[in-house]
Design a protein around this ligand. Structure first.
Ligand code: S3P
Length: 175
């Protein structure tokens, strides 16, 4: 039986906040891949990108995803780029993969209201960066997803409830 739930989706889709509440409601452990990567690197994500480059970040992401996917009974909040390496998805598929989507406008608002620095959005025009990255990644997210939830206009409570409803339906049809 699948006991892990992996939340994937673009930056600002609600993976961390939604994941925290979901984990609480389901009595599972919340694991944030980005936090584990920072722990392992001994520095924050923007420093990893600046000092070691994106490729080094992606290698750490693969390593940490492999380790976490081997454990059970967790809600795994993934970084937005986890889908860029198919090996991550193959490993996360040991659990149920939930894709949280949001419109580009909503994503822009959320990242502007959030104090975390996102290296991939920092150079140039944020709105344009979001649109271009989303265009490239959307098919990857969709292909990886078992369940899809549009979080635009939803509060975190409703996001968590919709994920739980989606999980029940998924389990019913995969029994
Ligand atoms: C990234 C998303 C970030 C973080 C890193 C790269 C991406 O995580 O992993 O900055 O490639 O989309 P969030 O999706 O939690 O912001």
């Amino acid at each position: 039986m699948k006991t892990n739930i992996a939340l994937i989706g673009f930056m600002g889709a609600g993976k961390t906040a939604g994941g925290r509440l979901l984990a609480e409601k389901l009595g599972k452990k919340l694991v944030e891949l980005d936090s584990l990567i920072e722990l392992r690197a001994g520095k924050p994500i923007p420093d990893i990108f600046r000092e070691d480059g994106e490729a080094a970040f992606r290698r750490l992401e693969i390593e940490v995803t492999r380790e976490v996917a081997g454990n059970r009974n967790q809600v795994i909040a993934c970084g937005g780029g986890v889908v860029l390496n198919q090996i991550n998805i193959d490993r996360l598929k040991k659990g149920v993969v939930v894709y949280l989507t949001a419109s580009p406008e909503v994503i822009l608002q959320r990242v502007l209201n959030d104090s975390s620095v996102r290296p991939l959005l920092e150079n140039g025009n944020k709105a344009l960066n979001i649109r271009e990255l989303l265009k490239f990644r959307q098919p990857l997210y969709e292909r990886a997803a078992d369940i899809m939830i549009d979080t635009s206009g939803l509060d975190i409570e409703t996001v968590a409830e919709q994920i739980i409803a989606g999980l029940e339906e998924y389990e019913g049809s995969n029994r």
